[in-house]
Write a new protein. Structure first.
Lengths: 345, 345
DNA sequence: GATTAGCAATCATATATGAAGAGTGCTAAA
DNA sequence: TTTAGCACTCTTCATATATGATTGCTAATC
């Protein structure tokens, strides 16, 4: 009989079915799953005693846990991980949802960044989880052109056009007057030097070069370099949608959990770190302790980098309980990823 | 004896002292205040029985409440209101706090809006309440100059300089190519028509005028007007600081309160409304039911419009429990208001 | 050998009970 | 007018008890 053949993962078919049923049931109900409740599952036509034996085995192997001696089982982190890697369906998305997402992403936008915002909101609406996003790192983008516009006697605007179509602008203030002629020179010089270069080249060495070699006034160059550098390093927009949605989840009936969550959400640096961490795959799933940060060990996080027309547009992530609807979230992310990739602007 | 003379507010001196003591004690401890605990107050050298009688009177007049028959008293909304209007000290700010605020506000900024952000963070840090802010309404600002810069064949940037020194810029995309010459014409035309006018003039009638009277292509004018209009009406930045601070307050040990609060904070339109509502005074205090919105009836909100160098810079507000440290918050707001007013840029 | 029925054991949850303590309201005395 | 004193009310905490869900294990059955 093939029925109970051990697979190379070490779990036979029936164990897989039991694990999958428990994970999905627990995701739905947030209640420990009993052996008896599983007997109504179409795939598991056994008595509760048999299922109890399988559950005991799965617990011994570390895929399940009990909350107390006489409770039903809940998935362990290892259980969730196995489910995500081996058992999960990633096309768990309805026609209505597909239509809703498509409509949202059709919205005409003037700046590509707005798409990130729309995608973030849409994901939060469909999955009912708190969603966050960060704009792309501009560091490595290439400068296509840089324009300086004189806005006042001591005020200049720098507008940087990059190869991805993203536009960054910033205002620079001076302690002395700048003329229209000076602006033209600055314009020429910067473009001469910077066209085709990555944004990160705008830094101290460039400042020194321009001052020494080009004999340009430090009072003019320094504020320009400093301000542009500030904008390209610091100014990554952070989006946040649906903080309140977390509060509808049963695990948030503990004040400690709720407080911990709000602390995380409030910590902008932490959120930025989360969205910037390792990207081995298209979609990255961090379950509980798999998160590097101590504060996140009770949560799961799913992130993906999204591109528009082949160009990196930043990272979108979801944060929720370990009992997360991985299937739904991953399906939605895959679909949005695909939709955005195809989209021109 | 003058001691117990009734004032025109209908409360004699001793009642005022009792009310003040109860409000302040309750703000400090979040526990109903007993007659006995007040006997240790320097200002109230009476037995607990006497104070009990005064408390019973104040309750009859609606300034105090009980949480149950044998509990101490807590202030009613009327009690808080009386305290804010008649009893509160608005110089409740330490030298350390003054120094801290001054240092923060000294920070050099390139754009005035950054000051709003700094002020918001500082207020939240000092008061330990959740603080929100919205940038100024640009509607009524006067256009000093408007510059159009061609960024690409079908992409224009409009930069609007206003009389307050605020700069607004936005990108406009077209379905057809725009030449450098056209840009110059647009520049000339818009400045001719708009210099000295309020921003809100940029709307449909202007669009129609330019198209009909000036015989300008609808394909060029329409996107420009639409996009600028969008930016000046919609694009008021919302700042939020210290959501998590609310969770340190004892009233947030109820999940219902916590959830309600996060819902409010998440509702950006509501927050904007709060900050935009009536401004009779320099600093506006809304206690519980005094708030127009139903969701806010368990909270108190304190807002003020801040100006920099005489120019309206938006509104900053605090949201917290009715048991708010009105004295501290109002003192800090007054000081920051004063500091900002003096500041040049 | 795999499956299942049956049952004792375990633990969470809900409810009831009672004691302790904090605080008030009222009355009568100072 | 103020205060001492005391009965009364209500919360809070600890303890006890009943109920029910679920498991693990054993022995019987397929």
């Amino acid at each position: 009989m093939l029925k109970n053949k051990k697979t190379n993962e070490g779990l036979d078919d029936r164990k897989k079915k039991v694990l999958q049923a428990i994970v999905e049931e627990y995701i739905n109900t947030a209640e420990p799953v009993s052996s008896n409740s599983l007997t109504s599952n179409e795939e598991l036509k056994y008595s509760s005693a048999t299922i109890r034996n399988e559950m005991a085995n799965l617990e011994k192997s570390g895929y399940l846990e009990k909350t107390h001696t006489s409770s039903g089982r809940i998935p362990s982190e290892k259980g969730y991980r196995y489910y995500v890697d081996e058992l999960l369906k990633d096309d768990n998305i309805s026609l209505e949802e597909i239509k809703y997402i498509s409509d949202k992403l059709e919205t005409k936008v003037n700046e590509i960044e707005d798409l990130t915002k729309i995608a973030t909101t849409t994901i939060s609406e469909i999955t009912h989880y708190t969603t966050l996003a960060i704009g792309p790192s501009t560091q490595s983008l290439l400068i296509e052109e840089i324009k300086f516009v004189l806005l006042g006697p001591r005020m200049l605007m720098a507008i940087i056009l990059t190869n991805t179509g993203m536009v960054k602008e910033t205002i620079i203030k001076f302690d002395e007057d700048i003329t229209e002629k000076q602006t033209e020179t600055i314009n020429y010089m910067f473009n001469q030097k910077l066209k085709g270069q990555p944004l990160e080249i705008i830094d101290v060495p460039l400042e020194e070069y321009l001052i020494k070699e080009m004999k340009y006034s430090v009072k003019v160059i320094k504020p320009i370099i400093e301000q542009i550098k500030k904008v390209i390093t610091e100014d990554r927009k952070l989006y946040l949608e649906g903080t309140n949605k977390a509060f509808d989840l049963p695990e948030f009936n503990s004040l400690a959990v709720a407080k911990n969550f709000v602390n995380i959400i409030d910590e902008k640096d932490l959120m930025t770190d989360i969205l910037n961490s390792g990207f081995a795959k298209d979609i990255n799933v961090y379950i509980g302790d798999e998160n590097e940060k101590e504060e996140l060990k009770d949560f799961s996080i799913i992130t993906f980098k999204h591109k528009v027309g082949g160009k990196d547009m930043g990272t979108i992530g979801i944060i929720g309980p370990k009992r997360m609807d991985y299937s739904k979230v991953i399906s939605v992310m895959k679909y949005i990823n695909k939709k955005l990739k195809d989209k021109g602007i």
